[in-house]
Ligand binder design. Structure first.
Ligand SMILES: NC(=O)c1ccc[n+]([C@@H]2O[C@H](COP(=O)([O-])OP(=O)(O)OC[C@H]3O[C@@H](n4cnc5c(N)ncnc54)[C@H](OP(=O)(O)O)[C@@H]3O)[C@@H](O)[C@H]2O)c1
Length: 300
């Protein structure tokens, strides 16, 4: 990647990163492309810091994390979750700076040492997978960034999110574990569910790659349907229509596979019924018949 040379405003805050991993690279490069002044980066290994800095004209690999704190106004602590508190505790902070972590589940209390020194603290969690920073950078526009901070840092981070062409939402204090757990239902758990399908199809001879290739278009279609029509109207399949006969066939077959497979299916099906009802695919009487069959299977 050629270094980003976008001209930044000299009065804009100097942004620094501590921890030059995947999120730091994706965000720093995105910010620099948006004309923000990404000035310095430090990491555990100088090589990571140099790699990030090499992508941005005017950004330097700092001697160490304290050098970033002393040189910058807005400091992103983008180390692994478990290291955030230790990194924050090991640095000398001052009241003029703002310190932000990018973790979903970590409460802002991890930045308490900075707050005690008078610094403003915040959370800036991009709801995006950063497996490859360049891919993540291309995928950032349109993503949501969840922000937790008090004014005026809150508004400053919202503007930063908008400059990355992202939507922003505000997180109230104390909700991060639940917020982060829920996000798994749109990310890693989708893969877990695909793996469940892979195992079921493998039992009659279809290989993993073929299953993934067959089900990915269905997954994309499902996401597109939700985007177009919302959760209830976007629902398709047995639980959108209330097909009792099909439900019974599913239960009879999965019961013969394993108690685990049946259990997972029933739990998901029970949670699909409210959406089918909301969609108007069937009435409460049919919904209750479906629930009864599913609960009976769960307790069998
Ligand atoms: N990956 C995602 O999809 C994603 C999405 C949203 C939010 N997040 C959050 O973003 C944060 C960073 O995650 P990541 O995926 O970017 O992690 P990562 O790729 O593992 O990068 C972490 C970086 O921090 C450096 N580091 C580790 N300990 C350090 C220390 N004590 N001092 C200074 N640098 C240190 C690492 O060292 P080296 O210098 O050795 O490379 C590495 O470059 C986490 O809070 C995570 O929860 C991640």
């Amino acid at each position: 990647m050629d270094p980003i040379k976008k001209k930044s405003n000299d009065s804009s805050p100097r942004i620094g990163f501590i921890g030059a991993g995947r999120v730091a690279k994706g965000l720093a490069w995105g910010m620099a492309q948006g004309g923000q002044r990404v000035a310095a980066v430090a990491s555990r290994s100088p090589r990571s810091a140099q790699q990030l800095a090499a992508g941005i004209a005017g950004c330097r690999a700092a001697d160490d994390a304290q050098d970033v704190v002393d040189d910058c106004d807005l400091i992103f602590v983008t180390v692994p979750d478990d290291a955030i508190a230790a990194v924050a505790a090991g640095l000398r902070w001052r009241r003029e700076v703002s310190v932000i972590h990018c973790s979903g589940a970590t409460e802002l209390a991890a930045l308490a040492p900075a707050a005690r020194a008078g610094a403003k603290i915040g959370g800036f969690h991009p709801l995006q997978l950063f497996a490859d920073p360049e891919v993540a950078l291309a995928g950032l526009p349109g993503c949501t960034i969840s922000i937790e901070a008090e004014a005026p840092l809150l508004q400053q981070l919202e503007l930063l999110g908008q400059a990355l062409h992202c939507r922003t939402i505000r997180l109230p204090p104390g909700c991060r574990a639940r917020y982060h757990a829920a996000a798994h239902y749109a990310a890693g758990f989708v893969i877990t569910l695909l793996n469940e399908a892979v195992q079921l199809w493998q039992s009659f001879g279809i290989e993993r790659e073929d299953t993934i290739r067959a089900l990915l278009p269905l997954l994309r279609g499902t996401a597109a349907s939700v985007e177009r029509s919302g959760l209830a109207q976007g629902l398709a399949g047995t639980y959108s229509r209330g097909d009792l006969g099909t439900l019974e066939k599913h239960l009879a077959d999965l019961g013969g596979v394993s108690a685990d497979a049946l259990h997972l299916y029933c739990e998901l099906a029970l949670r699909s019924i409210p959406l089918g009802l909301e969609r108007g695919g069937y009435d409460e009487h049919r919904a209750e018949l479906m629930r009864t069959l599913l609960r009976r299977a769960l307790n069998s």
